[in-house]
Write a protein that binds this ligand. Structure first.
Ligand code: PAF
Length: 284
C-alpha cells in the first residue's frame, strides 16, 4: 500500500498506472465497517483502489465540530492495509488549502434544502474538496454511502455539470444490529445517547410502514416521524423530511418514490439517516 501525503507524491504514483481503472473512496477517516464496504465494492469493480483520509475543514460550520471530529490515522491505515488498498492519500490542511486559496464550487438547488438549510456552507466545502480530489486521483468510479443521500445527489450534479469522466456509485447504508446507521460520529455518543439513537431508524421505519399502509399525505408521514422521535427525551429533532428523491423538494402528496430523511441531535452530536421509498413499496 502506497501512502501519499503530498499532491506531488500522489501525482507521481498515479502517473505510474495510467492504463488501469481506479476506484476511489473519499473519506474523512476514523473508518468503520460502512467505509470498508465501499472499499470492498471499489476493489471488486476496479483494477486499483485509492482512499483519501482528510477531515475537510471547509465543510464544517463550527470550529468546535471540526476540532472534535474523531481521528485515528494509524488505525485507519491498518484497516486499509487489511483490505488490500493500493493508495492512500492523507494530505495536510495546508496541502489542500494552501495560503491564498480562494476557489470554491457551489452546487445550487439540490444543495439548498435539508443539510444545506441546517449547514449553509457544508456542500460548498464538500463539492470543492471532491472536485480537487477527483482531479488529483482521476478515478473511473467514486464510491459514497447512501446514508448521505443528499451528498450523493450533490456529487452526481457536480460530476454531471463539470463533466468529470467518472461514475458515482452510491452503496447501501450499513447499520449496527439495532438499526443505527454507521457513522464516525457514533463514537462521540455517550452510553445513554447511544442507547437512545436507534430511535432515528425507528422513526424512518414507522414512516415507511405508514406509507406502505396507504398514507399518501406527506405531512402526516412527517408527523409520524416526529411523534416517534418525541417519544425519546434524549432526541432533539433538527428536521424531518419527505422529499422528491431527485430534487429533494418537500412533497405534499406521495405519488411515486420519496426520500424519507432526518437529522436529530443527541446532546451536541447530530446524526442523519434516510430511507428511500420506491413507488409501490410494501410494509417493512
Ligand atoms: O462523506 C464524507 O466523509 C465527506 O463529506 C467526503 C465525501 C469525504 C468529503 O470530504
Amino acid at each position: 500500500m502506497q501512502i501519499a501525503d503530498t499532491i506531488e507524491e500522489l501525482r507521481r504514483i498515479r502517473r505510474g498506472s495510467e492504463a488501469e481503472s481506479w476506484g476511489f473512496v473519499p473519506t474523512m477517516g476514523f473508518l468503520h465497517e460502512g467505509h470498508l464496504h465501499l472499499v470492498r465494492r471499489a476493489r471488486q469493480d476496479n483494477d486499483r483502489v485509492a482512499v483519501s483520509l482528510f477531515v475537510n475543514p471547509s465543510q464544517f460550520g463550527e470550529a468546535q465540530d471540526l476540532a472534535n471530529y474523531p481521528r485515528n490515522l494509524e488505525r485507519d491505515l491498518e484497516l486499509l492495509r487489511g483490505e488490500g488498498v493500493d493508495l492512500v492519500f492523507c494530505p495536510s490542511d495546508e496541502e489542500m488549502y494552501p495560503a491564498g486559496f480562494q476557489t470554491y464550487i457551489t452546487v445550487e438547488e439540490v444543495a439548498r434544502p435539508l443539510e444545506g438549510a441546517s449547514r449553509p456552507t457544508h456542500f460548498r466545502g464538500v463539492a470543492t474538496v471532491l472536485a480537487k480530489l477527483f482531479l488529483l486521483v482521476r478515478p473511473r468510479r467514486a464510491y459514497f454511502g447512501q446514508k448521505d443521500a443528499q451528498q450523493c445527489a450533490v456529487v452526481r450534479r457536480l460530476v454531471e455539470d463539470l463533466g468529470f469522466d467518472l461514475e458515482v456509485v452510491a452503496c447501501p447504508t450499513v447499520r449496527e444490529p439495532d438499526g443505527l446507521a454507521m457513522s464516525s460520529r457514533n463514537a462521540r455518543l455517550s452510553a445513554q445517547q447511544r442507547a437512545a439513537a436507534p430511535v432515528v431508524f425507528g422513526s424512518l421505519k414507522a414512516a415507511a410502514a405508514r406509507i406502505a399502509a396507504g398514507e399518501r399525505d406527506a405531512e402526516a408521514v412527517r408527523e409520524t416521524m416526529r411523534a416517534v422521535l418525541d417519544g425519546e427525551p434524549r432526541a432533539r429533532v433538527d428536521y424531518v423530511s419527505v422529499a422528491d428523491p431527485e430534487t429533494l423538494e418537500e412533497l405534499e402528496q406521495i405519488e411515486g418514490g420519496a426520500l424519507l430523511s432526518l437529522a436529530v441531535f443527541f446532546g451536541k452530536i447530530r446524526l442523519i439517516d434516510n430511507l428511500p421509498i420506491e413507488a409501490g413499496d410494501r410494509p417493512l
